[in-house]
Each structure stands twice: as C-alpha cells, then as structure tokens.
Write a new protein. Structure first.
Length: 339
C-alpha cells in the first residue's frame, strides 16, 4: 500500500515531536518540516545524523538558513505540492491563516489545541470521537491537558457511563527553556470554568464538566485531579484495572518513587526516551478513591508529547486510512511503542 505523505508546519516544541511520531508510523512518510528561522531546534535537527528535509515559508527566508550552513529543500508551496496532509503546529493564530493555503491546494490539515476553534470541521480525539473525524478535511486537537484526561474519562465512560466531571488543573507556567512568563513563587488562579473543562464537552457533549486551573512555577508536566460521577457504580479496583489496560495511561505508584511530575520526567529520561518524552499520561494509583459514588483520581500530563498519538490518529481519520477507530488507535499505539 502506498504510504500517506505528511508534512509538519512549525518545528517547535510540538512540531518536532510530531515529525518524530510520523517517522515511526510504518504506513506514513514524512515529506519534511517547515519553519521560518534557523532556531535551536532546527540547528539540533540539522546537526543530527538523520535530519528531515527542511522547507521555508517563502524564499526570502532562505538566506538566513544559508548563512548558518543549513540546507533548505524548498518553500511552503513546494511541500504542499507533495503532501496528502499537513500537521500545523504553528503558533496560535497562524494556523487559521495557513488554512487558506491548504484550501487552495486541496490539502487536508490537523491543527493543535492553541489554534482558534473556528479553524476546524471537528474537534477530535482518537478514543472518544474518532468516527466524527473520518473523512473530514480539517481537524483540531484539544489542549494537552484535555487530550490527556479525556483518555481517563473515556475509559470510565465506555465501561459504566459518565454524567459529570470536575477538573482541577495544576498547570506548568511555561515549557522548559521559556523565560517570557517569569512566574516565581506564585500560584496564579484562573476563573471557573477553565477552557479545558469546557473543551471536554466539545468532544464528549453528553458529559457535564467544570473546573479550575492554577498556574505553578514549574516547567515539566501538569497535574490534574478529576472527580468523575459515573452512571453506574464502579469500585476503586475496577477503575484501576480499566486504567491499567489502557495503552495511553501508565498507572504508577507513589510508594515506588512516582511521587511527582518530575519523577515521571526523570523516569522517562532514565529509560532513554528521546527528549525524556512520554506519550502516556501517568495515573497515580494511590490517588484513586471513591467519595460517595464519585470517583476521584490524579494524573500527570507530559505536555510536550501527550498530543502526538491523538494527532497521528487524526491523520488516520481525516485521509481516511482506517474508518474503524479501534483499528486506527491500535496501529498508532503499535508504531509508537505503546502496545
């Protein structure tokens, strides 16, 4: 079977991980990546043993790359002529402008959670609403937090149904290396409801959701506590078993050293994962509890890599490569090493 040709627009925190994720898919080809300047990420890519083909938005940008000794294969129009679909990981507000180019060229696109909502035909999640994305031209992921906790909520929902979710997010203030926010010794609270709680209802409209978000002066991971109201009774043991069998949820134990966001980051780094990335959300086993009939648990969101599997699922839906969601996520998981 001919492989699907994929391009990545924007080679930043998410874009570089999307490119790596596509390369791991045995039924996809990465045509190249697009960026506007010879950033540290681009320099690291070019200095690696296997750099991806690099494209610029327009030819006027080639000079800056040439001065750095970085080879440019072509421009945005060139890559759009050679792909079936683009993964747009550009900064918020740029993707919706790029959409006009994609429409002109008849190229499908997947957008990330930071882009404006109106860019998409469908808000997408590989497990929770795969069928709604099948054959659509423009899909949009939810944020890293929403993408991650939907896995856990959907896991319970498919087993016993879910009526209501209350979400408390303890959010990292910036990505590693960012200095523009400068939060130090502060916990900044946003008004209720946070957008992540609202966004879950775009994917799972049968669930009522609300929540609060608190920014913390950390850079690795978000911690999210959820209170889930099931439609049928479920025990702690049954819930843990469901979580433990989910390929994109890693159940970890505080007693075994997994006691923080940084413990999970260190685990991934010591394990040898590239950039210390984890595709799975970490679910702390000792936090799973019942309050009346409500199920309570806490998860860690590895914000830099968590959306990669669902973005790959979106490619499979949009083309469409698979019309069956179970088969699609199985293949994504297989190629990403999450079987």
């Amino acid at each position: 079977m001919e492989k699907i040709k994929v391009g990545v627009a924007g080679y930043g925190v998410i874009g570089q991980r999307l490119a790596d994720g596509v390369v791991k898919q045995e039924d996809m080809d990465l045509v190249g990546v697009v960026d506007v300047a010879p950033t540290l990420s681009i320099r690291a890519l070019y200095d690696s043993k296997n750099p991806y083909d690099l494209y610029v938005v327009d030819d006027s940008m080639k000079k800056a790359f040439k001065e750095e000794g970085i080879t440019v294969k072509g421009n945005f129009d060139d890559i759009l002529s050679n792909v079936d679909i683009i993964l747009d990981a550009t900064p918020g507000g740029i993707g919706i402008k790029n959409k006009e180019k994609y429409k002109e060229r008849g190229v499908k696109a997947i957008f990330q959670g930071g882009e404006k909502n109106e860019v998409a035909d469908v808000f997408f999640h590989g497990y929770a609403n795969y069928q709604k994305g099948v054959g659509k031209d423009y899909l949009k992921l939810t944020s890293c937090n929403t993408t991650g906790f939907i896995r856990a909520v959907d896991c319970i929902d498919k087993e016993v149904g879910v009526e209501r979710v209350v979400v408390t997010i303890m959010r990292r203030s910036a990505d590693p290396g960012d200095i523009h926010r400068g939060l130090v010794d502060v916990a900044l609270v946003e008004k209720v409801p946070n957008h992540q709680a609202v966004d879950i209802m775009l994917i799972m409209p049968h669930i009522e959701a609300t929540g609060v978000l608190v920014h913390l002066p950390i850079t690795h991971g978000h911690l999210i506590s959820l209170v889930v109201t099931p439609k049928k009774k479920i025990s702690v043991e049954e819930a843990i078993k469901l979580f433990d069998t989910h390929p994109r949820i890693k159940v970890v134990e505080i007693a075994k050293g997994f006691n923080s966001n940084t413990a999970l980051f260190k685990y991934a780094r010591d394990k040898g994962n590239k950039r210390a990335d984890m595709y799975e959300v970490g679910l702390f086993k000792e936090t799973v509890a019942l309050s009346g009939e409500n199920l309570f648990f806490t998860i860690n969101i590895p914000q830099e890599a968590v959306v990669i599997p669902e973005t790959i699922d979106a490619i499979r839906a949009a083309i469409p490569m698979q019309t069956d969601g179970n088969e699609a996520v199985r293949l994504t998981n297989k190629y990403l090493g999450m079987e």
